[in-house]
Write a protein that binds this ligand. Sequence first.
Ligand code: NAP
Length: 337
Amino acid sequence: MKSKTILLNSRPHGAPSKDNFKITETEVPALQPGEVLLKALYISVDPYMRGRMSDARSYAAPYEVGKPFMGGVVAEVVESRNGQLQKGAVVVGSLPWQQYTVHTGKGLHAVDPEVAPLSYHLGILGMPGQTAYFGLLYIGQPKEGETIVVSGAAGAVGTVVGQIAKLKGCRVVGIAGSDEKIDYLKNKLHFDEAINYKTTGDINRAVAQACPDGVDVYFDNVGGAISDAVLLSLNKFARIAVCGQIAFYNNTTPPTGLRVEPILLRNSALMKGFIVNDYASDFGTAARELASWLKEGKLQYQETIKEGFEHIPEAFLGLFTGENTGKLLVKVAEREA
Ligand code: NAP
């Protein structure tokens, strides 16, 4: 049997393009004792992968040129010579961008198809949901009545951040890049205010107007001019969770902007960067709470699902042009069992 794989063809300089990806086809090797054959069902595309396409030092190891992209995948066991993983089981884990993968099963987590749609394990019940949970609750520590601002508000992480903040009784202001997203945030997710940063003209004034009582918590998914504007509206003892800086991921020169230190000092504010894995010991707690909020209908969940293995590169590139509302995924095959 043959299987397609997506490799890093070259490292991007600036914005990535389709040329940085290459699709190859190889024969799937026969299973050895202890191994399973996995068929990819859903493949996650995530902004952090842009960092891994570069060889600059970062928190995640660079992808190697000529080797497969890796990331979150939901896959089905379609053959098994492993006593722990039966044929028909569904797993989630870090896997190559490949249609079929021979694997030992190590590091994979079985998912219960009855709990939620399988794709949710790459979004609200997976890494992005956990990121929202820890960044907001552990760093942001929102209190009832406080104002929280989230940038990248209509994306995988941002939609969960804003909704958890509403559950905690906060006034929530989202910042996103289209009128459709603003409508979604205000009318579907019930954010109190939402700002379209692409059309607002004066982002500093827009943030100040949307936050008449100032900003107590800022969940930063994007960085750049948007974050500068929010920092200018901080309240005393504000907390800033630095989750992502997508505005800079394609930069070829170091970013410049506001000096934050005088603002932090003046406001006795706390600014903390984090990586979701910093909280690995509490993943179980977050997973249970997110799943129960979802089940009780307290959290709504949105996905943008592209179809077809060959479309993974263009789906990934769409993260940088804002093509997604909610979690962006690619469905690559139907489940067999
Ligand atoms: P996402 O928000 O679902 O998708 C990315 C969104 O970023 C796009 O839809 C686009 O929406 C926005 N964007 C793209 N370029 C932008 C720019 N130059 N300025 C402002 N917004 C821009 O992605 P996600 O998975 O939820 O991730 C959100 C952020 O969190 C990313 O920065 C990611 O790297 C980070 N993250 C961090 C961790 C961690 O452990 N620290 C974990 C997961 C994600 P618009 O239409 O609104 O522009």
